[in-house]
Design a protein around this ligand. Structure first.
Ligand code: NDP
Length: 284
């Protein structure tokens, strides 16, 4: 069965829009997401455009601050600090990757954790790992929503995640642990990876290598979630070879139309969460 992230994302975006319209009446202000985009990376430009379109459709205010690749770290810090102090800004997103001369970890940790819609601030990471309420990175959050929508209960299941990035693999592991899965993380140094992935009831793949995972990695009846976005000859493909895996997996996400659209839907949700928390406090 195909896990239709596109359909679910539309449902969530509709709910976000309805809630937004009500809250704007209450607070007399729109949720406002500011995205900082540095340089001319075509993929980043395209992601930022999609985020802007989604914000506007949801009834949010959207601002993109574009800067040249030669922006200094202190100039970027000034921008972040101004946004932190601006009562009309509820969400701040620094589009990654950023140029190498800027300390990524340092600047991400200067974003006010209450406006950290990507969930990359150490405070939000710590809260997630402690199982507390937190702003959670959008892609793994979207994956948990797909599982919920299709009534796939992670409890007691063996969840194998390929990839240990801060954006996907690690927060995904924390979320699945919170949902009572037994979690294994694999990465480029993992030996005999198929022996591990073939034990997975839920296999989550976030590698960044087109079609690396074929039927030899998958246990019959598994749930397969493909996070990968790779462009091959101008076509978007996942890390999973969909045609080879679809008949042995019980559930599988397609690329495109699986995890990708859920990431944007969860960004809207996170922005709305920040807005509600900030405006709720201001209007107490
Ligand atoms: P990273 O490059 O940060 O991490 C990739 C991970 O895969 C690393 O942990 C790496 O291991 C591991 N890896 C690489 N090669 C192998 C291998 N041969 N065997 C096992 N593990 C391997 O990528 P991201 O997590 O940022 O992204 C992963 C994919 O997901 C990309 O295609 C990206 O475009 C996509 N993506 C999609 C999103 C969406 O909205 N759908 C959002 C974010 C990402 P090691 O740590 O040892 O190097």
């Amino acid at each position: 069965m195909i896990l239709d992230g596109k359909q679910l994302s539309l449902k969530i975006r509709k709910q976000v829009k309805e809630k937004t319209l009500k809250l704007i009446e209450q607070y007399n202000k729109k949720p406002h997401l500011v995205v900082i985009l540095i340089g001319e990376n075509p993929a980043s430009q395209s992601y930022v455009r999609s985020k802007e379109r989604a914000c506007i459709k949801a009834g949010f205010e959207s601002t993109i601050i574009k800067k040249d690749v030669d922006i200094t770290e202190s100039e970027l810090i000034d921008i972040i600090e101004n946004l932190n102090n601006d009562d009309n800004v509820h969400g701040i997103l620094l589009q990654l990757p950023i140029p190498k001369h800027i300390d990524e970890d340092k600047v991400l940790n200067l974003i006010n954790p209450s406006k950290d819609v990507d969930g990359f601030h150490n405070i939000n990471i710590a809260k997630l790992n402690k199982g507390q309420e937190a702003l959670v990175p959008c892609t793994p959050l979207g994956i948990t929503k797909i599982l919920e929508e299709y009534s796939i209960d992670p409890t007691g299941k063996h969840c194998v995640i390929i990839g240990r990035s801060q954006i996907v693999g690690k927060p995904m592991a924390a979320l699945m642990l919170k949902r009572n899965s037994t979690v294994t993380i694999c990465h480029s140094k993992t030996r005999d990876i198929r022996d591990i992935t073939k034990q997975a009831d839920i296999l989550i793949v976030a590698i960044g290598r087109a079609h690396m995972v074929d039927e030899t990695f998958v246990k019959p009846g598994a749930v397969v979630i493909d996070v990968g976005i790779n462009r091959v000859d101008g076509v978007l493909v996942g890390d999973v070879d969909f045609d080879k895996v679809k008949d042995i997996a019980e559930y599988i996400t397609p690329v495109p139309g699986g995890v990708g659209p859920m990431t944007i839907a969860c960004l809207l949700e996170n922005t709305l969460t920040c807005y509600e928390a900030i405006e709720g406090k201001n209007n107490d």
